[in-house]
Design a binder for this molecule. Structure first.
Ligand code: E4P
Length: 228
């Protein structure tokens, strides 16, 4: 399952883009509002960090189809190749998605809570549908199960649409959607860290270093190979 970083924080994007195998970054109006300041400069900076080979997902703020389309085209013109426009799942959004897909603009249909919504988005030509996992799990609904249903529907249909699961609060939820065949997920910096970290990994690594040092001192294998 491919991973994107769900943030507009430049320090986090710089860090995870350097160290982690991420395919890009996703934003929404709430995420952008957390950083504040000049939003166009912020989006340009994100693009500069990740380059043009990775995806940057940016959500429209207009709510009527014609304006959404105009805004989406302006976003792509501003941020260039590999920009994906996020459009919320509404009547107007579905129509805008169909128009943009025909014009070759990739759309992530967002704020998806049901498999029925995802099916409509896929039929409209969305590149991705973004089901919200934690926002369902928080209400005792089966967020992971919804992702599984959507994966099944899309993989057995004649559509190119991929599932971009979003809204995670735990690393376990991310792993759970990977297990049910989800294509892509976008996760926060904290959850991304939790996917990697494990105290037993830390103690194992510390033990390797300790045992090596006891036997061979401060030299490294690289040092020995260079001086052989
Ligand atoms: C993607 O960008 C979604 O908008 C985002 O994952 C929603 O996450 P939240 O439910 O934590 O706000």
């Amino acid at each position: 399952m491919k991973l994107l970083l769900d943030t507009a924080n430049l320090a986090d994007i710089r860090y995870f883009n350097t160290y982690y195998p991420i395919e890009g970054a996703t934003t929404n109006p709430t995420i952008l509002s957390k950083e504040g300041g000049n939003v166009l400069e912020l989006l340009s900076s994100i693009r500069a960090i990740i380059g043009h080979k990775k995806e940057l997902h940016v959500q429209v703020t207009e709510t009527v189809c014609d304006k959404m389309v105009e805004e989406a085209e302006a976003i792509v013109a501003f941020l260039g190749p590999k920009t994906v426009v996020k459009i919320p799942i509404t009547d107007e959004g579905l129509r805008a998605t169909a128009i943009l897909a025909k014009r070759g603009i990739d759309v992530t249909v967002t704020a998806v809570l049901t498999a029925a919504q995802a099916m409509l988005a896929a039929n409209a030509g969305a590149a991705y549908v973004a089901p919200y996992v934690s926002r369902q799990e928080n209400l005792c609904a089966d967020g992971v199960g919804t992702v599984a249903e959507i994966v099944k529907i899309l993989d057995s249909s004649n559509v190119q649409t991929k599932v971009l699961a979003a809204s995670f609060k735990t690393a376990k939820e991310v792993l759970d959607v990977a297990v049910v065949g989800c294509h892509t997920a976008t996760v926060s910096a904290g959850t991304m860290r939790n996917l990697l970290s494990h105290t037993t990994t830390d103690t194992s690594i510390a033990r390797f270093a300790e045992d090596w040092k006891k036997a061979f001192g401060d030299v490294t294998l690289l040092g020995l190979l260079k001086n052989k």
